[in-house]
Design a protein around this ligand. Structure first.
Ligand code: CAA
Length: 444
């Protein structure tokens, strides 16, 4: 069986940032701790006036091509995952390849291109498609470019407003990868849900509280399905467990659920029982509400144990470091989580070759997916090329008034004339509209 996986990663953040504690919280009359301690978010990325999902995706892909020294002839497939598309017919991948051709020449003409939509899980599904394409041999030695790009905007005043974000993650999927090998086994949980959707509208209709519950319930079911397919998991086997990160507080909830699930029937469960008692059982409660309350109490106790805190610090905390500064990038978020943990490991000098991570993806509407990845020889050299923290540090900070204007600039129903807030150099920018109403782009 061929070894297939991630052989390169490049990230592009929107060039503006909003400070949630110091700018957003006072303006909307909220306690800053709600964002930093509650949601786990400090700043969010926003696109400048001439940035959008195409420029961010093209810039991430361009950087990846340069960093990996790739020639266009080595790419046989370009798949884009997004839930922020502005066109129901023309795929974002053709816009992005059009951009890349401005720099590399017209050499992406025999490449198979597509666009995947399933809320935030579509990036993981594009990786699946590339994986299958390579396993089948239809790639004929070529690699796939997978680009997850989104501008996660909510209507002003929506509770989701604090969890906005914008950016793109480009990944190279190849045979004999030097970062991550993908497992064949996967676990799924998928239902017809209406937790978050955009029925022909730019901003989402969201039932925020419900979406949190659906995320958790499907993640648990996907873990169960994964175990049914691949056998009992050993929690100690996983160096990191990157989950989809709409905001780090969500991952806090997913982590304790995952920990509880994976430690069932193990010596850790016995140890926990001595400390905090047994997990409440549904049969012992006459009402759902009382059972839910008791589970909440139990989880709080679990999260307070030393054994859990130690696991969380080493296995989960490193996965949310980028997102805590970048916000929700929808399709890119789980891939930011993987990158975040690898950057942490590289800075700590950890020896990770042949170690495993467990990846939990989620898309509203709704589906969760679980799979394992194995870290490959050469990962440090590849990861060192990522400059995401310097990008995040050099973003232009927005005042609240500027934030309001930028939100309006990216709102399709408003026509706002605003000068760009940053300088553009060695990157793709949006220049306007063409004769057919298409967006136009240029490398500057
Ligand atoms: N100090 C410390 N913590 C505080 C606090 C304070 N002063 N004030 C509030 N908090 C805590 C709250 O207790 C809460 O934490 P817990 O859930 O752990 O109790 C947290 O901060 C958030 O507070 P609220 O629940 O009151 O916040 P809210 O109702 O205004 O908004 C939300 C929360 C509903 C999730 C909202 O952000 C939202 O709608 N987000 C968009 C939807 C979303 O991201 N859903 C996630 C699952 S769906 C998904 O993953 C797909 C996707 O990408 C969108």
């Amino acid at each position: 069986m061929k070894s297939v996986g991630i052989d390169g990663i490049s990230i592009w953040s929107g060039k503006l940032s909003l400070d949630l504690a110091n700018v957003f919280a006072p303006a909307v009359g909220e306690n800053p701790d709600k964002y930093t301690k509650g949601l786990g978010l400090y700043t969010c990325s926003f696109p400048d006036v001439r940035e959008d999902i195409v420029t961010m995706g093209a810039n991430a892909a361009y950087k990846l091509m340069i960093a990996e020294g790739l020639d266009p002839s080595e790419i046989g497939r370009i798949d884009v995952a997004t839930e922020s598309s502005f066109d129901s017919s023309k795929p974002i991948s053709t816009y992005i390849s059009g951009c890349l051709e401005q720099v590399f020449g017209e050499e992406f003409r025999n490449v198979n291109k597509g666009e995947r939509k399933f809320a935030c899980i579509a990036g993981t599904q594009c990786i699946d498609d590339a994986h299958n394409w390579i396993l089948s041999g239809r790639n004929e030695g070529k690699s796939a470019l997978v680009i997850a790009t989104d501008t996660a905007l909510y209507e002003r005043g929506n509770p989701g407003e604090a969890t906005q974000g914008a950016g793109a993650v480009a990944m190279l999927i190849s045979e004999d990868p030097s970062i991550m090998e993908l497992s064949l086994k996967q676990g799924y949980s998928s239902v017809d849900e209406t937790d978050f959707l955009k029925p022909n509208q730019q901003f989402p209709s969201v039932d925020g509280k419900r979406s949190v519950q659906v995320y958790l319930s499907l993640m648990r079911n996907a873990l169960m399905n994964f175990e049914e397919r691949s056998g009992k998991m050993n929690i100690e086997e996983f160096q990191f467990v990157p989950f989809h990160v709409p905001f780090p507080g969500m991952v806090r909830k997913a982590a304790s659920l995952g920990y509880r699930y994976m430690t069932r029937g193990t010596p850790i469960e016995n140890e926990l029982e001595k400390l905090i008692g047994p997990k409440p059982e549904r049969e012992k409660f006459s009402e759902d509400e009382k059972y839910t309350e008791s589970i909440r109490e139990y989880m709080k106790l679990l999260e307070g144990t030393e054994v859990y805190k130690k696991w969380y610090k080493h296995v989960i905390e490193p996965t949310v470091q980028i997102s805590s500064k970048a916000g929700n990038w929808y399709t890119g978020s789980v891939h930011l989580a993987r990158a975040s943990s690898l950057l942490h490991a590289e800075s700590e000098g950890l020896d990770l070759v042949d170690k495993k991570i467990l990846v939990g993806s989620y898309g509203s509407g709704a589906q969760a997916e679980i799979h394992v990845e194995t870290i490959k020889e050469g990962w440090e050299e590849k990861i060192k090329k990522m400059d995401i923290y310097s990008q995040l540090d050099s973003r232009r900070s927005l005042s609240f008034e500027e934030y309001e204007q930028i939100h309006d600039v990216h709102n399709y129903s408003k026509e706002i004339d605003l000068d760009e807030l940053t300088n553009y150099k060695n990157e793709f920018i949006c220049t306007g509209y063409g004769k057919m109403g298409e967006n136009t782009y240029e490398f500057v």
